[in-house]
Design a binder for this molecule. Structure first.
Ligand SMILES: O=C(O)[C@@H](CO)OP(=O)(O)O
Length: 224
């Protein structure tokens, strides 16, 4: 890991806590906004990124409110409100299909712990009518290659604010991880990950900016 920030900086941030994270509901493509805690997490994320000296040329996010709102707050904390923003459904959370809007504990009671775990954290088992992580990667990868990577090759600094599973897909691409390897990684809400990338598009180093205890909430409260 190096402290110096040079060209080809890519920052990933999962949105702050949403209303449905708080209610423990499967969310997917549904569109709840941030809670007050989520707004604070986004502000803290912006300050952590600012303290690391990152300046951005372009931002990418999904078409969902919780990610867009988080990005707006981060850019305002960075005092860079004019950074161009590209919004695309390719960066949306994986579609949870028929589970969308259901309570996660109720779902465990109905279908059993193992089945729900397979839907949530297997690589290639989709929930009924929804997308697996493999399906999500299949739409994130071409978008990364055609829209995001060309910006990075022009030495643009890029920030992406998205969702647990679209970000897992990006991390697989950046770190060259397998489906099994990525499933060990839980992404906390509002926790920025800063990458410096090499010419092959792979990460040269990674810095996780969320300290063990943040002003907003300890990381273990943010795994939802
Ligand atoms: O509900 C969702 O859309 C996601 C992210 O919160 O949940 P999970 O962690 O089960 O993939």
């Amino acid at each position: 890991m190096t402290d110096a920030l040079t060209d080809n900086i890519l920052v990933l941030v999962r949105h702050g806590e949403s209303e449905w994270n708080r209610l423990n509901l499967f969310t997917g493509w549904r569109n709840p906004d941030l809670t007050e805690k989520g707004v604070i997490e986004a502000r803290v994320a912006g300050r952590m990124i600012r303290d690391n000296g990152a300046k951005f040329d372009i931002a990418f996010t999904s078409v969902l409110k919780r990610a867009q709102h988080t990005l707006d707050i981060i850019l305002s904390e960075l005092d860079q409100p004019d950074v161009p923003i590209v919004r695309d459904a390719a960066l949306n959370e994986r579609d949870y299909g028929e589970l969308s809007g259901l309570n996660k504990d109720e779902a465990r009671k109905k279908w059993g712990e193992a089945q729900v775990r397979d839907w949530r954290r297997s690589y290639d088992i989709p929930p009924p009518g929804g997308e697996s992580l493999k399906d999500t990667l299949a739409r994130v990868r071409p978008y990364y290659d055609s829209a995001i990577w060309p910006q990075i090759t022009q030495s643009k600094n890029v920030i992406i604010v998205a969702h647990g599973n679209s970000l897992r897909s990006l991390i697989m691409i950046l770190e060259g991880l397998s489906g099994d390897e990525i499933l060990q990684r839980e992404l906390a809400t509002g926790a920025p990950i800063l990458y410096r990338l090499g010419a092959d598009g792979r990460a040269i180093d990674r810095k996780d900016l969320l300290p063990a205890r943040s002003l907003a909430a300890p990381p273990e409260d943010r795994i939802v």
